[in-house]
Design a binder for this molecule. Structure first.
Ligand code: PNS
Length: 161
């Protein structure tokens, strides 16, 4: 049986921490769907289309990775698309409570769905999309935070926000 997993998130914008998790999942599973949440409650810096385009460019070398936008419940999306498991990165203990709550909610909504956590690379322990936005907005160097191929596009947008 082929295993399809989903790496869901806001990706506003994609960071090297996200790429690390997606790359490792791509080496472990047959098919990796990167699910970009469409209906962000918070005001996103990048539109769904922009976030999808940045992720597509940054994962172009990974043949078994597909980038999609999704709305509504993740548990419903996985059921409708034959996805076997959710793969998420865990950075620190502080992530755990929120991630555990989401994993249990998703399991309740779709009992066949598993959530797998990959320990993040220690180099990216501190990294988040919010940190990227904050540093860029204040004129800092984000080159070690985001994929090189999309660095300029991310910087342009965040500078002009
Ligand atoms: O990158 P983020 O913001 O931590 O990603 C959160 C995400 C997209 C994984 C989560 O908000 C999500 O799955 N949203 C879809 C709505 C849903 O299914 N909610 C119930 C599970 S808690």
């Amino acid at each position: 049986m082929k295993t399809t997993v989903i790496c869901p998130g806001s990706f506003d914008p994609v960071t090297l921490g996200h790429i690390d998790i997606i790359t490792r999942a791509s080496g472990m599973f047959d098919h990796v769907v990167v699910g970009v949440l469409n209906n962000l409650a918070k005001n996103p810096s990048f539109t769904t289309e922009e976030r999808i385009a940045l992720l597509s460019e940054a994962t172009t070398q990974l043949d078994n990775v597909e980038i999609v936008g999704f709305d509504g419940l993740l548990a419903d999306y996985t059921k409708q698309h034959g996805i076997n498991a959710i793969v998420k990165g865990l950075r620190a203990v502080s992530d755990f409570e929120y991630e555990f709550q989401q994993a249990l909610t998703n399991k309740k909504l779709n009992p066949e769905l598993e959530t797998l956590f990959l320990t993040c690379n220690s180099e990216y322990m501190y990294l988040s999309s919010s940190i990227v936005k904050q540093v860029a907005a204040l004129g800092g160097d984000i080159s070690s935070f985001v994929p090189e191929c999309v660095h300029d596009k991310i910087l342009e947008r965040l500078k002009s926000k």
